[in-house]
Design a protein around this ligand. Structure first.
Ligand code: ZN
Ligand code: ZN
Length: 344
């Protein structure tokens, strides 16, 4: 086995470089993974542009699927040769107040993959065992990769929402997150309204499972949702506070708008709209590893999949640029020479 491996790292804002790094052994509670596929996510911009506190050089990538090839001391429950996934949350500590309360997502000592530690734009990565996700045999590594962040984020938000089967659920934004949210919402038994700008997306939204399509450029999306009885949940996948505001009045009493698209813009809602109808605005951050296991299993069982475009790892910079330009349909996935393109 080669003593070095290829990685694509960011050296300063916006600049990628390809390097050969020395293979290191996994430390305490860590595993080493031969990466097969790595999704390109909008949050990678935090690493590439430096909006997160980054110590460069840093390898981005937090939708990683590969095979364990070495196990560090203290790791239990995982085997060499097993195919695993790594998402945005790098693994909980097990001893902080939040972990002790069962809230692994909000662990005080959690590192973010590709931000605090090197991520998946590489042939090899080191990962904390507590963050690992199981990959079902019938999903290829490239198909599984985007489900570890985009999939988990939307699945988790819907699964923990107050909506019950038959309730109206709206998905705002039909992109990398939204095209998965529509599929999950449909498979969970909700009445699904997809909201996007323009009529171009209507056909795709229906194909993904939406019962209704609302063109927010042509109609007021809040009024359109009220005409359908009002949404119990609005999943906001587009970033920007205004997008939350423009649909908020489409919630029925007791409804919640769940924001998944991070951005610096404030969200404006009036206290009147919050109080009369007892509506809520909420955020949701990805999900815990057990929910990630479920996301992948649910996806395999229901035939939910991300629309992906695969490119070799070496083309990471252009794949990232395409994603940032909004030209990816819908998730770019980097594949390495370790991946044979087949399910397990
Ligand atoms: Zn992500
Ligand atoms: Zn913790």
């Amino acid at each position: 086995m080669s003593a070095t491996y290829k990685a694509i790292q960011v050296t300063k804002p916006g600049e990628f470089e390809t390097v050969m790094k020395p293979l290191v052994d996994p430390g305490l509670d860590q595993v080493r993974i031969r990466v097969e596929a790595s999704g390109v996510c909008h949050s990678d911009a935090g690493t590439v542009e430096g909006s997160f506190p980054i110590i460069w050089p840093r390898v981005p990538g937090h939708e990683v699927v590969g095979r364990i090839d070495a196990i560090g001391s203290g790791v239990r429950g995982w085997e060499v040769g097993q195919r695993v996934g790594v998402g945005f949350l790098g693994g909980s500590c097990g001893y902080c107040e939040f972990c002790r309360n069962g809230d692994l997502v909000n662990c005080s000592n959690q590192e973010f993959t590709g931000i605090h530690s090197d991520g998946g734009y590489a042939e090899v990565m080191i990962a904390k065992a507590t963050g690992l996700v199981r990959i079902p045999d019938d999903l290829s590594s490239a198909d599984a990769a985007p489900l570890l962040c985009a999939g988990l984020t939307t699945f988790n938000a819907l699964r923990n929402s107050p909506a019950k089967a038959g309730d109206l659920v709206a998905v705002l934004g039909i992109g990398g997150l939204g095209h998965l949210a529509v599929q999950y919402a449909r498979h969970m038994g909700f009445e699904v309204a997809a909201i996007s700008r323009g009529s171009n997306t209507a056909e795709l939204a229906k194909k993904l499972g939406a019962h209704h399509y609302i063109d927010s450029a042509a109609t007021d999306p809040a009024a359109a949702l009220q005409a359908l009885g009002g949404a119990k949940v609005i999943v906001v996948t587009a970033s920007g506070g205004k997008t939350v505001t423009e649909t908020f009045k489409g919630l029925r009493p007791g409804g919640v708008s769940i924001d998944l698209g991070a951005g610096p813009e404030p969200i404006e809602v009036t206290s009147v709209d919050l109080i009369f109808g007892e509506r809520k605005v909420a955020g949701s951050l990805t999900g815990n590893p057990a929910t990630a296991d479920t996301t992948l299993r649910f996806s395999a069982l229901g035939g939910v999949s991300a629309m992906i475009e695969t490119v070799p790892l070496e083309e990471a910079a252009s794949a990232y640029a395409k994603m940032m330009a909004g030209k990816a349909r819908f998730r770019m996935v980097l594949v390495t020479k370790n991946d044979n393109g087949q399910p397990k």
